[in-house]
Design a protein around this ligand. Structure first.
Ligand SMILES: [Zn+2]
Length: 314
């Protein structure tokens, strides 16, 4: 890992800015306000451009409209932080980053969350597809910051995990994994029928084969897929032919080990960002052909507000 840091864009703010410009703007500067490509001129202030579109004329830099906007941290430290969070298997705590990059702790903490935000893969298409298997399962991690009473949907029934009564007061995580492919994780307020059904319905292609355990959470929504096959964990059944949930269970164990080892304290309101980080590393893992640098580049390309529409100059 240490060898990677001889790259010029890790040496100075200016080098990092040049590098980021060529990564984000391969066809010339893109105005972050109106989206016009290559119709801007450099101002006297280093790194600042002014849009030449008549109705825009606004100033911008390569970080305007990104998670790095208005940060006082030098850009080469940002790039190093991106690399460190992407290249370490279980992530890196703000404490480690604050020591490694010689930043104050608050800045390091702030960076970590911004980088997780960049790792979030919003709006990508559904998982699975014809002939593909998607495993779905739920787990619980850490205590809720504000434990709530039983769900109104529960109507006195026990929680559904194998008929055992539920892990009340713990934070629910629902994860969907394509066999041999991508993952997507969620933190619903409570993992009950309506919330789990919505997650499954909105994120898995109908043509997929759905694999789950015997949990009742998936019975109704399962009918909407090509097939819904289950293994009955409570009867000691974990694999039947190619039916199992070992992939998603494996993902949960990576997540929990990482969270316990690196991020001991995680406020509930940030849990979705940690999930985004672990999802990102899993989605761009070595087995799918991504090295540390590829994985880092995907995250850096995700820095911009996802709603911005690019257009060519008139
Ligand atoms: Zn513009």
């Amino acid at each position: 890992m240490s060898n990677a840091f001889v790259a010029p864009h890790f040496q100075s703010h200016e080098n990092a800015r040049d590098w980021l410009e060529s990564l984000r703007w391969p066809n010339g500067p893109i105005c972050s306000h109106c989206g016009t490509i290559n119709h801007a001129y450099k101002t006297k202030k280093p790194g600042w451009y002014r849009c030449a579109e008549k109705e825009c004329r606004k100033d911008f830099t390569v970080t305007t409209g990104t998670v790095m906007e208005r940060s006082h941290i030098q850009l080469h430290k940002w790039l190093m932080a991106f690399y460190l969070l992407n290249a370490s298997k279980k992530g890196m705590s703000a404490h480690q980053l604050h020591r490694a990059l010689n930043l104050d702790y608050k800045s390091a903490w702030f960076m970590c969350h911004r980088i997780r935000e960049a790792m979030r893969s919003g709006g990508l298409g559904p998982l699975g597809g014809e002939g593909q298997i998607v495993e779905a399962d739920e787990t619980y991690y850490g205590k809720e910051d504000h434990p709530r009473g039983p769900s109104p949907h529960r109507k006195g029934r026990p929680y559904t995990k194998g008929g055992r009564s539920g892990p009340s007061g713990k934070r629910a995580v629902v994860t969907l994994v394509e066999r041999g492919g991508r993952v997507r994780s969620f933190h619903p307020a409570i993992a009950d029928g309506p919330s789990v059904n919505a997650i499954v319905r909105e994120n898995i292609a109908r043509e997929s084969r759905l694999h789950t355990d015997e949990s009742r959470l998936y019975i109704g929504v399962g009918k909407e897929f090509a097939t819904h096959e289950t293994v009955t964990h409570s009867h000691g059944e974990y694999v039947r032919d190619d039916v199992h949930t070992n992939t998603v269970e494996g993902y949960f164990s990576i997540f929990k080990r990482g969270m316990r080892g690196v991020y001991q304290h995680c406020k509930e309101k940030h849990l979705h960002r940690y999930l985004a980080e672990f999802d990102h590393r899993y989605n761009y893992r070595i087995a799918l052909g991504y090295g540390d640098i590829d994985r880092t580049l995907v995250a850096i390309r995700g820095v911009a507000g996802k709603r911005l529409l690019y257009r060519q100059p008139d």
